[in-house]
Design a protein around this ligand. Structure first.
Ligand code: AKB
Length: 320
C-alpha cells in the first residue's frame, strides 16, 4: 500500500486514524479527506489534506488521480441519532457515498478498501448477550439498515470482483481528541467532559443501558491490525464483530466517581433510548480473534483513568 485516502479525516475516528497511519506509512502517503470541517493543525501539518466529497464523483476522482491513491478508508457516515432525524441524508451519505467509493476503487484497481460497520447492524430480535458473528441482522434504524447493506456490498465486491474490502462492526468509540457527532453512544464520551468541567451529567439514556464500547487506542489497533492482516487468512471480510468492554451507564458513572467522588448523574432518556435498547449488550468477537489476532487492551477503569487525565489536562490549559 502506498497512498491511502482517509475520507472523513476530521471525524472522531478519522482524525486519530489518519495521524496513526501517517506514523506508520509516512505523512505524504496518507491523504486526509475532509469536507466542511476545518482540519486540525496536527492534520494539516503532518501530510496532505484535500476536500473530498464521495457524493461528487468529479471531485473524488480528481483527488484519487492527483495523489495516485491505491487504498481508501471511508470513515464518512451519518450516525444513528442524526440518521433518525434525517433518514434520506443517512441513506445518501452512507449508501451512495459507499457505492461511489467501491466503484472508484474498482475502476482504479485499488489494493484495499476499508468500510466501517457498526453494532447498529443488530436489532431487537438479535440475541442480546455475547451477540454471535453470524446472527439475525434486522436493525430498526436507517443507520443500521445502511450498515447491513454496506457489509453485504463490501462482501459482494470481494466475491464479484476479487477486491480486497474489509470492515469491522465498531462498538461505541470513546475518545478525547475529536468529539463524536450524532451517535447514540455519544453519552459515553460526553460524560467524561461534563465530569471534568461541571462534576455532573444528565444522560439521555437510562442507568441500566448497557452497550459494547471501546477506547480509541483499541479502535486504532483493531482498524490497523485488520488492514494489515493477511487477506488469504480471512474468512469474513466486511463484518467483523470486535469487542473490548461492555458496561451500563451506572457502572460508567461509578468508575468516574472513583476519581471524582462528588460526580453526580441524572437520567432524562429521549428517543435515543429506543435505539440503544435495540443494540446488543456485548458481542462475541472470536472470528476477529481467530482470523487476525484481535485482542483489546483497555477495560473500563483503565480507560476512565486515561480519559480523566487527558481531559483534565486540557481543561487546566483552557482548551475545553
Ligand atoms: C452510534 O452510536 O451511532 C455509533 C455506532 C455505535 O455506530 N457510535
Amino acid at each position: 500500500m502506498k497512498k491511502i485516502l482517509v475520507i472523513g479525516s476530521a471525524g472522531q475516528i478519522g482524525s486519530e486514524l489518519t495521524l496513526a497511519l501517517r506514523d506508520i506509512y509516512g505523512g505524504e502517503n496518507v491523504i486526509a479527506g475532509i469536507r466542511k470541517t476545518k482540519p486540525s493543525e496536527k492534520l494539516s501539518e503532518t501530510g496532505p489534506v484535500e476536500v473530498v466529497d464521495a457524493l461528487d464523483m468529479d471531485n473524488f476522482v480528481s483527488v484519487v488521480k492527483k495523489h495516485n491513491v491505491d487504498a481508501i478508508i471511508n470513515m464518512a457516515a451519518i450516525l444513528s441519532a442524526t440518521g433518525e432525524k434525517n433518514p434520506m441524508l443517512a441513506w445518501d451519505v452512507n449508501m451512495n457515498g459507499l457505492i461511489n467509493v467501491l466503484e472508484v476503487a474498482r475502476e482504479f484497481e485499488m489494493k484495499q478498501v476499508l468500510v466501517p460497520s457498526s453494532i447498529a447492524v443488530f436489532g431487537p430480535t438479535t440475541p442480546r448477550d455475547n451477540t454471535p458473528q453470524e446472527t439475525v441482522l434486522k436493525p430498526t434504524t436507517i443507520y443500521g439498515v445502511t450498515k447491513v447493506a454496506g457489509e453485504l456490498l463490501g462482501d459482494y465486491y470481494v466475491k464479484r470482483y476479487g477486491m480486497d474490502v474489509r470492515g469491522l462492526r465498531y462498538p461505541g468509540i470513546i475518545s478525547n481528541e475529536t468529539l463524536p457527532g450524532g451517535g447514540t453512544t455519544d453519552y459515553a464520551v460526553a460524560i467524561y467532559y461534563e465530569a471534568i468541567k461541571n462534576k455532573k451529567y444528565t444522560c439521555f439514556v437510562n442507568a441500566e443501558t448497557r452497550l459494547p464500547m471501546m477506547y480509541m487506542p483499541d479502535c486504532l489497533k483493531a482498524t490497523i491490525d485488520l488492514m494489515q492482516a493477511d487477506f488469504s487468512k480471512l474468512r469474513h471480510h466486511s463484518d467483523f464483530n470486535v469487542g473490548a468492554m461492555s458496561f451500563s451507564v451506572a457502572e460508567l458513572a461509578e468508575s468516574i466517581k472513583k476519581h471524582i467522588p462528588e460526580f453526580e448523574i441524572k437520567y432524562e432518556p429521549d428517543y435515543r433510548q429506543e435505539i440503544a435498547d435495540s443494540w446488543p449488550n456485548s458481542v462475541d468477537d472470536s472470528a476477529a480473534r481467530q482470523e487476525w489476532g484481535w485482542e483489546p487492551e483497555y477495560d473500563l477503569d483503565a480507560m476512565t483513568k486515561d480519559m480523566l487525565e487527558v481531559i483534565g489536562d486540557k481543561h487546566k490549559k483552557g482548551l475545553i
